[in-house]
Ligand binder design. Structure first.
Ligand code: C2E
Ligand code: CA
Ligand code: CA
Length: 624
């Protein structure tokens, strides 16, 4: 058996260098990095043992105690097996393979190898000494077998399981592992032990470069999202306090390649004492992680300065680490939430915003739970009703259903807090179905009121299956279909207008009434409106209010009311709060009046009582 220490020495030195470099550059700090580092330490250890064993002990067999020879040989072999085990752990972790059985089997195989190795002194299966001569039993070939089997399995696992791998990486892995196999087999055939550690070092290099290398991906050294995730989650895991600074610069790509950007970033980093990496989240978004909040107050000014120079709009959010966010995803979601809520170009986030965000998260989770369960009787969804006064019949003949949610931790919550979230996430349709079901059931057992209207969101009407879903619920209850009305708002995109018209007409054909909600907000298109099959137009509170402030707008509202009246629509005024509101609207073709003056929305269970005994004062003033 021949041996030269040169290769082991080189591998040991290179391993030290790789360890050193890993600590200098950015690499994702995850569990896989731990495996890489352990593999490097273990390899250095194996190299030193090899050199000591082959160079010092072997020539002295017979002169030194045999036990020493056995001990060092065992230690060296076991470290090589351990190395292979670390590779396997790395690859399992890389491809997200979590099979317990596989881990147990691996453990058993390794223990078996250890046992064979350690008992060879007696069993003589492996390495043993007899009459001052060393022998290799079958263990060397067993070890070879293990290596020969493990390498292709690892290569195939990496390539097959990890779908994101591009073909270039795929080729590199195959070539390197093939090379190692070749060296091992050749070494076996040539009866030498010189290159064993090299066949471990090459896979480590491949792993460090291909799977663990730094991820600088932009022209001027910002790290990518993956690196950001690693860094942010490291800080979170360690319970470090930090500031997550989100910077969005509109059209950043248009100035990205200018040299002065780099210089400006450098001077920015110096002024704010920024010591972490710069992360780029997407084309226009950067993240900075500050370990203290000291410079947060100067950030606004610095960005204003940059704005004056480059004339690009920006949004900066300075978020302290908090207990609502447990991952990068949560922080990004918080940013998205804040961007929807606040307009300022610089916002330093405080306890209030974090508390609101927590509520938002609860609402969001509850909504998706409601949608997932799709229980039409869901007790979290409450129906409130606001009675509507009929001017001609001088009684509360109809009502509008308004949704409330009763959620754990939050209690009763109002539409402004959940309707936008439900519309964004698409869960609004589930809520509508539940409300519609409860209203239909109410109508099927109560004679009063004459009619209840249900609000529909424009986001759901054009979704496929909408019509069938509604009809399925209606078909479960017996009542005159004219006792229910659907409130819709005017859709701005004319694109869907034809579809909407067709669906609404179908509903109308079976007797359902259609209300046009919120007329006077947004940009009403009269042509669209007059083309829709509508029974009642609901004039928004803003029209009621403005007609009270100025003569001009009173003329305008009056004109519109006359027009709608003359083409046969009934008019409903919303947001009637005072006696003058009421008088004015009655003078403007009002058929129905709705507002706090008569009643706030009440639980649907109280509606029948209200209609039977309307509160005295509202009736009195009304008749006055
Ligand atoms: P909306 O459909 O315009 O409903 C009228 C809103 O005005 C209700 O607010 C009602 O409580 C309020 N209101 C009624 N009278 C007065 C008044 O005299 N003064 C003032 N200041 N406000 C008055 P609410 O219940 O908070 O609902 C807000 C919005 O949420 C609704 O506006 C509607 O767009 C949406 N919404 C409520 N329930 C549902 C639902 O079941 N489905 C859908 N898609 N949207 C709903
Ligand atoms: Ca409404
Ligand atoms: Ca309305």
């Amino acid at each position: 058996m021949s041996y030269s220490y040169v290769c082991d020495l080189t591998v040991a030195v290179l391993s030290v260098m790789v360890l050193f470099m890993i600590n200098m550059v950015y690499v994702p700090r995850n569990r896989r990095l731990l495996y890489v580092k352990l593999a490097l330490y273990n390899l250095i250890y194996a190299c030193i043992l090899s050199i000591f064993f082959y160079e010092y002990l072997l020539p002295r067999v017979g002169l030194v105690n045999d036990l020493w020879v056995y001990l060092i040989h065992n230690a060296q072999q076991i470290s090589l097996i351990t190395e292979l085990l670390l590779f396997i752990f790395y690859v399992f972790n890389l491809v997200g393979y979590k099979n317990r059985k596989a881990y147990v089997m691996l453990g058993v195989a390794v223990l078996l190898f250890y046992a064979l190795e350690l008992t060879s002194i007696k069993t003589r299966i492996g390495f043993y000494i007899e009459g001052n001569m060393i022998h290799n039993g079958s263990i060397t070939s067993l070890y070879l077998l293990w290596y020969v089997m493990a390498m292709p399995v690892l290569a195939v696992t990496i390539i097959r399981k990890n779908r994101i791998i591009i073909s270039r990486i795929y080729r590199a892995v195959s070539v390197a592992f093939g090379l190692c196999l070749g060296i091992t087999v050749l070494q076996y055939l040539c009866h030498t032990d010189t290159y064993t550690t090299l066949t471990y070092f090459i896979p480590i290099l491949i792993i460090v470069f291909l799977f663990h290398s730094n991820s600088y991906n932009s022209t001027y050294g910002a790290l990518d999202r993956e690196a950001l995730r690693g860094r942010a989650e490291e800080l979170i895991r360690r319970h470090n306090s930090f500031y997550f600074v989100y910077v969005r610069i509109n059209h950043f790509t248009s100035i990205e390649t200018e040299q002065c950007i780099l210089e400006d970033f450098k001077s920015f980093a110096e002024k704010t004492d920024y010591t972490d990496y710069l992360f780029r989240y997407d084309d226009e978004t950067f993240i900075l992680l500050y370990r203290s909040g000291e410079c947060m107050d100067m950030l606004a000014g610095l960005f204003e300065e940059l704005h004056t120079r480059y004339q690009l709009g920006h949004r900066v959010l300075a978020i302290p680490s908090n207990d609502a966010c447990h991952s990068l995803r949560d922080y990004i979601e918080l940013c998205r939430y804040l961007r929807g809520k606040h307009e300022e170009s610089y916002l330093r986030v405080g306890d209030q915003e974090i508390a609101d965000f927590k509520k938002y998260l609860i609402v969001k989770n509850q909504l998706s739970d409601i949608a997932e369960q799709m229980d039409l009787e869901d007790e979290r969804v409450l129906v409130y009703c606001q009675p509507i006064y009929d001017v001609r019949r001088q009684a509360f003949t109809t009502a509008e259903s308004l949704m409330r949610l009763e959620l754990p931790e939050l209690g009763l919550i109002y539409p402004d807090m959940f309707i936008p979230v439900a519309e964004q996430t698409g869960h609004i349709h589930a809520l509508t179905m539940i409300i519609l079901n409860k209203v239909c059931r109410y109508l099927s057992v109560h004679e009063q009121p004459d009619r209840i209207s249900v609000n529909f969101s424009m986001y759901e009407i054009t979704k496929s299956g909408f019509y069938d879903d509604i009809m399925r619920i209606l078909s479960g209850y017996q009542f005159d279909r004219s006792r229910i009305a659907f409130e819709i708002t005017e859709s701005l995109d004319a694109e869907h207008l034809d579809d909407i018209r067709v669906i609404l007409q179908e509903f109308r054909n079976i007797g359902i009434k259609i209300y046009l909600d919120d007329f006077g907000t947004g940009y009403s298109n009269l042509e669209h409106i007059t083309n829709l099959p509508i029974d009642v137009v609901k004039f928004d509170k803003s029209l009621v209010d403005s007609s009270g402030y100025s003569e001009r707008s009173k003329y305008l509202v009056e004109g519109m009311s006359n027009m709608f009246h003359s083409i046969g629509y009934q008019l409903l005024y919303e947001g009637i709060e005072t006696a003058p509101d009421q008088e004015r609207c009655i003078g403007m073709q009002a058929q129905y009046l709705q507002g706090y003056r008569y009643s706030k929305p009440i639980p649907i269970e109280q509606l029948a009582d209200f209609i039977k005994n309307p509160p005295k004062e509202s009736v009195e003033v009304k008749n006055a």
